[in-house]
Design a protein around this ligand. Structure first.
Ligand code: ATP
Ligand code: FE2
Length: 325
């Protein structure tokens, strides 16, 4: 069984191809970026429309297979930006119709978690899912991936992107903050906002905006931002690990590419004799491979009716885990 999966929830249009045994055949993507300013949903949609066919064909070429070798098509149903989601859905549906294959819609957040488990061999981890729009601490309990903690306002990636935008950088901003942070060791106190296992970034963002106006150095702020907000995530993750008695932490989402965040998670896990797992960067940021793998896991729910729709606001804990992984 070979599945082709299409990802298009936000800035990335990605196509992955994987076998039911978890052998990676292809992972191709194109991301919408800007030199200045944030992500605009309709421009991201235009980007996806422009690259979709070519990314699908490149993935099939990379996999070194023929279209006829594919047995299943999957796509990201949500959560995400509706205009972007529609592009993925339509291309998945058209491909499934043309090749007369079953189609399955999957949840993007759960796909981040399952691909991490496949690639790292973590068995029953707490997932720290830190991406653009999402920041959640997720773990399996009684047939669902439950959200133990989450952001009360923005995702951490969106927060980093906004701060970078205020500093005059384009999208994505996370890597720019990370590069700036390496140039300083001066800690400037920032609000530290954590309630139980929930976090919030809005107040910190306002505080930083004021500090930027007051002439604080960008690199000192970048360093302090990382130390503060990553410590919040690590504290919430540790609490979830203690609460669920789990001994594995899995990182997922684009912000998990951050080396300082990875290092802080590693230190926390070593201190509690647990293990921290991080997949390769190309599988942390949005990618089609995770959608393909989630398609394989959910193949029993696939249909040939092609009527499945997008679910822009679907939550991780809406989904009953009916597969074994
Ligand atoms: P989701 O739909 O899962 O919420 P997303 O679509 O925004 O996420 P991802 O590719 O998972 O996409 O993550 C993108 C985010 O990751 C951006 O906000 C970007 O700034 C951030 N990011 C990427 N690399 C780094 C890094 N090294 N350090 C910090 N943030 C990073
Ligand atoms: Fe994502």
């Amino acid at each position: 069984m070979i599945c082709l999966g299409i990802e298009s929830t936000a800035h990335t249009f990605g196509v992955g191809i994987i076998t039911e045994k978890g052998k990676i055949l292809a992972n191709v993507k194109s991301a919408y970026t800007t030199k200045e300013g944030g992500i605009h949903p309709s421009l991201a949609r235009d980007h996806h429309e422009e690259v979709a066919e070519s990314i699908i064909q490149q993935a099939i070429q990379q996999a070194n297979i023929k279209e006829q070798d594919i047995n299943l098509i999957s796509f990201s149903q949500g959560p995400g930006l509706s205009p972007c989601l529609v592009v993925g859905k339509e291309h998945a549906r058209d491909l499934a119709k043309r090749l007369k294959l079953p189609l399955v819609g999957v949840n993007h957040c759960i796909a981040h978690l399952e691909i991490g488990k496949l690639l790292t061999k973590a068995k029953d981890p707490v997932l720290l899912y830190a991406s653009g729009a999402n920041t959640q601490i997720i773990a399996y309990d009684n047939k669902k991936y439950r959200v133990f903690g989450e952001t009360l306002d923005n995702g951490i990636g969106n927060f980093l992107d906004r701060v970078a935008r205020n500093m005059g950088f384009g999208f994505p901003g996370g890597p720019k903050i990370a590069a700036l942070a390496k140039k300083s060791k001066k800690y400037i106190e920032l609000p530290y906002i954590i309630k139980g296992m929930d976090v919030s970034f809005g107040g910190i963002q306002t505080n930083i905006q004021q500090k930027l106006k007051n002439g604080f150095k960008k690199e000192d702020l970048a360093f302090s931002i990382q130390e503060t907000v990553f410590a919040m995530l690590v504290e919430a993750s540790e609490r979830a690990m203690a609460h669920t008695a789990k001994r594995e932490l899995l990182l997922g989402g684009g912000v998990a590419c951050n080396e300082r965040l990875q290092e802080m998670c590693d230190i926390m896990c070593k201190e509690r004799k647990a293990k921290s797992y991080v997949p390769e960067n190309q599988f942390l940021t949005d990618n089609g491979l995770m959608i393909a793998w989630q398609g394989i896991l959910q193949q029993k729910q696939a249909t040939k009716t092609y009527k499945q729709d997008i679910r822009p606001r679907e939550r991780t804990d809406d989904i009953e885990v009916s597969w074994k992984s």
